[in-house]
Design a protein around this ligand. Structure first.
Ligand code: CUA
Length: 193
């Protein structure tokens, strides 16, 4: 069989390398395809725009509305803001084996979100709402990292994702600070009486 690359190249060694590099590209492309299917990796397809400079004035991304919310079908939505250099809220708790939809917006520059050992990863582009929907089969303490260089503090931009067994999960978060203030107020009241 005649080497088809003979038309563009006379040197035999060079032609051999053309074939080797072609084979490498095919193998890597194939691997990418296989891994994407077996690990359920797919590009986030949500396209939704938002004014990054006015996040705090938007209803969804206002400070009080961030965090974990339950949807009527039992799945969860986690609303977060990424800003130099942190994710807000800094600690998120979700149950295992539940569909969780992360909706993340950047308040300033390009960030990323990546939860190692899971398929949760996306870019957070200013001006857009990034969406990732996934479920976590294994309970544990996960890091929620920024994986796009965003400035000098990029290295320390991360949050904590706690995945707890489904049976132990509750959306009712005790608010110790508020309880303390109430108690303090009561104490003052007692003193006055
Ligand atoms: Cu945010 Cu790197």
């Amino acid at each position: 069989m005649q080497d088809i690359f003979k038309i563009i190249c006379d040197d035999e060694l060079e032609r051999r390398w053309i074939w080797i590099s072609l084979a490498m590209a095919v193998i890597m492309g194939g691997l990418l395809g296989v891994l994407a299917v077996t690990n359920n990796l797919h590009p986030p397809s949500n396209v939704e725009t938002i004014d990054s400079s006015r996040l705090h004035l938007s209803e969804e991304f206002a400070e009080d509305n961030l965090g974990v919310k339950e949807n009527s079908d039992g799945s969860l939505t986690v609303t977060m803001v990424a800003a130099r250099y942190g994710f807000f809220p800094p600690v998120i708790e979700v149950p295992t084996d539940t569909m969780v939809k992360f909706r993340v917006a950047s308040a300033d520059v390009l960030h990323g979100m990546h939860v190692p050992n899971t398929n949760a990863t996306t870019m957070i582009v200013p001006g857009y709402i990034s969406e990732v929907t996934t479920a976590f089969p294994t309970a544990g303490k996960y890091a929620f990292l920024c994986n796009e260089y965003c400035g000098l503090g990029h290295d320390s931009m991360w949050s904590r994702l706690m995945v707890v067994p489904k049976a132990e999960f509750s959306l009712e978060v005790p608010e110790p600070e508020e309880a303390e203030t109430e108690e303090a107020e009561e104490d003052v009241g007692d003193d006055l009486l």
